[in-house]
Each structure stands twice: as C-alpha cells, then as structure tokens.
Design a protein around this ligand. Structure first.
Ligand code: SF4
Length: 200
C-alpha cells in the first residue's frame, strides 16, 4: 500500500508543473537568527530588467515561479513589473516575503499584478504578534496567502495557531529548525567561503 502511494506521489510530481525559484535581489531588510545569509560574502545586487527579460523568455510557459532566495523580493523596485510579465506569459507566480514591507496596499498591488500566492514567513520566537497585523491587512485575499510558521527545537509545535489561521481560510505550514543543525550549516557555509577565498 505504501509502495502504491509512493508511486502515485512520484507520478504526481512528474506530472506537476516545473517550479523555478528566482532570486531577484541579494538585499534583505532582516537578520533572522536562523538564516545562513550572515555568512555569505556577496554584494547587494538587484537583477536588472534586461536579465529578468532573458530569464522570462527562457522560462517555459506552463511553469511556476517562486520569487524567493536569500533576499527580500519586495525590496526590488520592479517587482510589480516582474510579476506582471510572468503572469502575462501564463506562468504561475508566487512570492515569499519576510513581511516587513507588507501593507494592505502592497498586498492589493501584488495580486493586482497577477500574483497567485503570497507566502509570509513568520519566526514564531520573535514575530508571533505580527500575524494579527497581516491577517487584518489581507482583505479578501486569505485564500491566496500562506503562512510559513518557523519554530525551533526550543518551542512546541504551534497547533492552536495553525488551526486558528486555517479556520480563517489561510493555508499554513510550519517549518522546524534544529538549532544545532542550523549552527552546523552556518559553519559549513563559512568554511566553504573560506576555501573559495583561499583558492583565489
Ligand atoms: S528574511 Fe529570509 S533572507 Fe532575510 S535574513 Fe531572514 S531568512 Fe534570511
């Protein structure tokens, strides 16, 4: 039975639309404790319109694009243009945000430009109080908003919060970070960059 379910899942995956993560900026307006970004050594850069157009031409029509990566996509001045171009091409567009720049007007604008789904990451340790603010600003777009509740091994699974948000029509998933593994990953990234530097 499990094997059958596995085969069904594999078939579903093979038949699903291809998903591309697109990082349009390396800039970020947060310093999350769980992010390996602090160990990156790269300049703050935004993707140019020319580069974006090349990417847009290259992407297949029936794919999904997720504006994500280790940068906050809402910081990019041309985010509405980018969403609109992909949407006009028939691409399913989602955007991952840390929420800091969100307002009711921005939410209206991104969906007006053709966004299909907005995913808001919440670090439960520091930001649980912000959720009510996002819920209030989303208007009738609940069904298009997904919360990613991020907690670590010092916290309990936020079942009550998940239920509450789902009852309001939001999609919710939760991600658990294991602090030791996070620290290990940060060390690896740091070491990797050291090695790159040494080899230059
Ligand atoms: S918002 Fe994302 S990219 Fe920025 S620091 Fe937090 S985890 Fe890293």
């Amino acid at each position: 039975m499990d094997e059958l379910r596995l085969i069904e899942n594999q078939k579903r995956l093979l038949n699903s639309r291809q998903l591309f993560d697109l990082e349009i900026t390396t800039r970020c307006n947060k310093q999350c404790y769980c992010c390996p970004r602090q160990n990156f050594q790269r300049k703050n850069r935004d993707m140019s319109i020319e580069t974006f157009e090349k990417v847009c031409d290259w992407l297949p029509h029936n794919c999904n694009v997720f504006f994500a990566g280790y940068g906050e996509p809402l910081l990019h001045n041309n985010i509405l243009l980018f969403i609109n171009k992909l949407s006009m091409k028939g691409v399913g567009v989602s955007l991952l945000t840390n929420g800091k720049l969100l307002t009711a007007e921005i939410i209206k604008q991104v969906f007006g430009a053709g966004l299909e789904r907005l995913q808001i990451s919440i670090l439960l340790r520091d930001e649980v109080a912000d959720i009510a603010k996002y819920v209030a600003m989303c208007g009738d777009t609940n069904g298009k908003i997904r919360f990613n509740l991020i907690y670590d091994d010092s916290m309990l699974v936020p079942f009550a919060l998940i239920d509450e948000l789902q009852s309001k029509g939001f999609e919710v998933f939760s991600s658990k970070y294991i602090i030791e593994q996070m620290n290990f990953m940060k060390t690896i990234i740091k070491e990797k960059f050291c090695l790159v530097e040494l080899s230059l």
